[in-house]
Design a protein around this ligand. Structure first.
Ligand code: GLP
Length: 259
């Protein structure tokens, strides 16, 4: 796992956008896995500013609240169009976001998995992390090999996400989420985290044991995972100095065209 510790949210967003832009330029028909939440907003803003070509891309989002239709202001569908797709030349027909209104959820989840496979698999999956160490909506205790499924949200997650809703009671109790197994099949993973509130989750993800209690810890088993965190989110890591040192070495090497 490559750990990049940066100064703040803006630098995290710029570094993440650079990695995504590189993927898009190297493979204009890339399949990107996208995430929602406050964390990736700056990255999306940066990608819009870079005026990149999205026309050949296919995207798959990690999750969607169960019960919310695409027009609901708090749906992840709405979030993605508002924060990214409406501002770039993305073909809406190649945008995939779980359908929060699916009648037959099981059949829908199987179809979502099939669509990812038919698209050739995800090249680069962007991820945030919840305070309880979840990725997508894979809450503590969720199987590390799970596929796309209906999941129940943890109380902590409902509290955290209530800030996007008028009232806490409006936050749906369920979501349709890619499973950790689905996420782990992406060729590259890029997880972002910022702020002190994420420091415990980040420490557990990078330095803790691999456990379904911190579903993000499954990234330790991925052959090509990068984690970009700001100083505050990195504050509880024991080997901070080491990560900074190796990151500097890799950056030097990359500048010289060695990677
Ligand atoms: C939700 C999303 C996750 C996201 C997390 C953190 O639970 N399903 O994909 O990583 O929130 O959100 P934020 O970036 O707002 O802290």
């Amino acid at each position: 796992m490559r750990v990049m510790i940066v100064k703040d949210y803006d630098e995290m967003s710029r570094e993440a956008a650079k990695i995504m832009a590189k993927q898009m330029k190297t493979k204009p028909n890339s399949v990107l896995g996208l995430a929602t939440g406050g964390t990736p907003v700056g990255t999306y803003r940066e990608l819009i500013r870079m005026d990149l070509d999205f026309s050949g891309l296919t995207t798959f989002n990690l999750d969607e609240y169960y019960g919310l239709g695409p027009d609901h202001r708090q749906s992840y569908h709405h979030f993605m169009f508002d924060n990214l797709f409406n501002h770039v030349n993305m073909n809406p027909e190649r945008v995939h976001i779980p359908d929060g209104r699916a009648k037959d959820v099981k059949a829908f989840c199987e179809k979502y998995e099939d669509e990812i496979k038919r698209a050739g698999g995800i090249d680069l999956q962007l991820l945030g992390i919840g305070r309880d160490g979840h990725i997508a909506f894979n809450e503590p205790g969720s199987s590390l090999t799970a596929r796309t499924q209906l999941v129940a949200l943890a109380e902590e997650t409902i509290e955290d996400n209530a800030r996007f809703f008028d009232r806490k009671d409006d936050v749906p109790s369920f979501a349709i989420s890619m499973g950790c197994g689905t996420i782990m099949e992406a060729r590259k993973l890029l997880l972002l985290a910022n702020g002190e509130g994420k420091a415990d989750a980040v420490a557990a993800l990078i330095e803790g044991p691999i456990t379904s209690q911190i579903t993000a810890s499954v990234l330790q088993m991925h052959p090509d995972a990068t984690v970009i965190i700001d100083e505050a989110a990195a504050s509880k890591l024991k080997r901070r100095g080491y990560y900074k040192h190796t990151d500097r070495l890799f950056r030097d090497l990359e500048e010289k065209g060695g990677r």
